[in-house]
Ligand binder design. Structure first.
Ligand code: SF4
Length: 263
C-alpha cells in the first residue's frame, strides 16, 4: 500500500523496467534499504487483457501536451515529432508487452565514442559479466525443436537463405521447460509456454519471463519495498538529501526524503 511508503530510504528506484528492476535487485542484494516506485499497476498472469475491449481500456497515448486515456494504462504510446514509441506501463515495464527477444548488442554499439571511455573500457570485462548475470536471471532460451513448427519462422528462414544470410533462432525470455514443482529460481510460479501468441498483449500463462517473474521478486526477497501506481513528477536536492515528489494516482501529492549518496 502506498500509505506504507517510509519518509526515508537509502535508494529510491523510479520505474520497474529493465533499468529499475535490475538496479533494485542489485542494490537490495547489497544490503541497502531500497524503495521502488512504479507508475503502473501490477498485472498477474490471468489479468492481462484478453479481448479488444479489455485492451482498449489499457491504451494511453502520450502527446507532447497531454495524455489521452488512463495515465496508468498498460499500453502507453508516446507520440512525438521525430519518433513514436510503445512502452509498457505496469510492474515490470515494457517487459510485460515486449516480444521476449534477448540478444547481445553488437560490439560496435558499445565501441561508439558517444559512450564515456569508462564504459568502453569495460566491454570485455564488466559488460560481459553483466550479460552473464542477466542471462542467469532472465533465462533466455531458443524456441525448442520439440515445440510446434512456426510458419513465420520457416518463412524468415527461407528469406534469409535466399538472400544468402545465416538464419538462427534468437533466444527468448520465455519458459519452455517446466520448473521443478512449477517454482522458478526466485520462488515464482511459472509454467511452460502454451504457444498462444499473446506475448505482446501480456502473458496470461505465467510463461513469459517478465521482470515481475525474476528481478522484481528477487529485489523483494532481499527487502526492497515496491509500490505501484505512484507517479514520480521530479526530484529536488535539499541540503544533503534528495526529495522525490510523487503523485499517488487519484490520491493527491506527497514528498519523500532520501539519502544523498544514492540518487
Ligand atoms: S504462453 Fe503465450 S503469451 Fe505466454 S510466452 Fe507463450 S506464447 Fe507468449
Amino acid at each position: 500500500m502506498p500509505s506504507e511508503i517510509k519518509p526515508h530510504y537509502q535508494v529510491v528506484v523510479i520505474g520497474s523496467g529493465y533499468g529499475g528492476s535490475i538496479a533494485a535487485s542489485r542494490m537490495a542484494r547489497s544490503g541497502l534499504k531500497v524503495c521502488l516506485l512504479e507508475r503502473g499497476k501490477e498485472f498477474r498472469p490471468g489479468e492481462f487483457p484478453n479481448t479488444e475491449f479489455e485492451a482498449a481500456r489499457e491504451i494511453s497515448i502520450t502527446l507532447p501536451e497531454l495524455t489521452i486515456g488512463s495515465s496508468s494504462g498498460l499500453y502507453n504510446l508516446h507520440v512525438d515529432e521525430d519518433i513514436n514509441v510503445l512502452t509498457g506501463c505496469g510492474l515490470g515495464g515494457t517487459s510485460l508487452i515486449n516480444a521476449n527477444v534477448a540478444i547481445k548488442a553488437e560490439p560496435r554499439v558499445f565501441e561508439c565514442t558517444c559512450w564515456p571511455k569508462q564504459i568502453r573500457n569495460d566491454i570485455h570485462t564488466l559488460i560481459e559479466e553483466g550479460y552473464t548475470r542477466a542471462q542467469e536471471m532472465l533465462m533466455p532460451r531458443s524456441y525448442p525443436d520439440s515445440y510446434p513448427a512456426l510458419a513465420k519462422a520457416k518463412a524468415l528462414e527461407k528469406s534469409a537463405l535466399d538472400m544468402g544470410y545465416p538464419f538462427y533462432k534468437p533466444e527468448l525470455t520465455v519458459t519452455f521447460e517446466a520448473f521443478k514443482d512449477g517454482i522458478n529460481h526466485v520462488g515464482m510460479n511459472q509454467e511452460p509456454c502454451v504457444c498462444c501468441g499473446d506475448c505482446v498483449s501480456g502473458c496470461n500463462y505465467a510463461a513469459k519471463n517478465t521482470l515481475a517473474m525474476n528481478y522484481l521478486p528477487d529485489a523483494f526477497n532481499f527487502g526492497a519495498e515496491i509500490f505501484t501506481q505512484v507517479s514520480v513528477s521530479h526530484i529536488a536536492q535539499k541540503d544533503k538529501q534528495y526529495e522525490v515528489y510523487y503523485n499517488l494516482l487519484h490520491e493527491g501529492r506527497e514528498s519523500l526524503h532520501t539519502q544523498e549518496t544514492f540518487l
